[in-house]
Design a protein around this ligand. Sequence first.
Ligand code: FE
Ligand code: FE
Ligand code: ZN
Length: 279
Amino acid sequence: MAELMIGCHLSVSKGFYHMGEEAKSIGGNVFQFFSRNPRGSQKKEWDSKDIEKYNAFAVENNFGPVLAHAPYTLNACGKDEDARQFVYETMADDLERLEAIPGCMYNFHPGSHVSQGSEVGVQYISEVLNRLETGRFKTTVLLETMAGKGSEVGRNFEELRAIIDKVQDNTNLGVCLDTCHVFDGGYDIVNNLDGVLDEFDKIIGLDRLKAIHINDSKNPMGSHKDRHEKIGEGNIGREAFERIINHDKLKHLPFYLETPNELEGYAKEIALLRSLYKG
Ligand code: FE
Ligand code: FE
Ligand code: ZN
């Protein structure tokens, strides 16, 4: 029987080996972390010895992929050219540093087009990805599905497909599906999971789906709000999550919790999801 790959968002402040131990202590075998402070540009240097120690730990403990999350304040499709240049430089620096972690993935929010329209947004985002030449990195770059709050780009599968299509070497480009975001975006993963996954497959291709952010939602389907809730306490509900983690097209993927929790709460959610997993 296969083991569920599940974990949560952790703080990188004490290093990678510490995150590994922390994930293990709450029953996890994957984790996500912010590549740098979400508020700004200030990066903390990573210790290469610590990363080596984590890499050995990951092999020993059969850990799944580490997911680095770019700061959510980066906007690859803002109006200001200098700001877009900064996004490019930040992501390039993150990707260079992540090369030290085998099997790593790097998730980012496509951005907000402000009042420029989603076509301009898609164009700018793909320009950043083309400049990065994502194909030259070992790390897989993931576009996150968004709730469609404000002028967010990536509010539906078509917008993500449009970005991918504009990237010359898109072999290394994937998608991270956030259950709260797609539900808030109007995809009925509660009553029609098969239909939503068929649509994803038709428009983007399921081979691009590399990770799941597993979050319940405080708001109803189609609300475009993006407020995460604990598993089973929101509008998606425990039964839907049982179907999600056991779905033939999803059960092999890594699941990352971003629910409003401390470690203790995450441990409970991981235990709950493991108990529901049929492998
Ligand atoms: Fe995110
Ligand atoms: Fe997310
Ligand atoms: Zn969110």
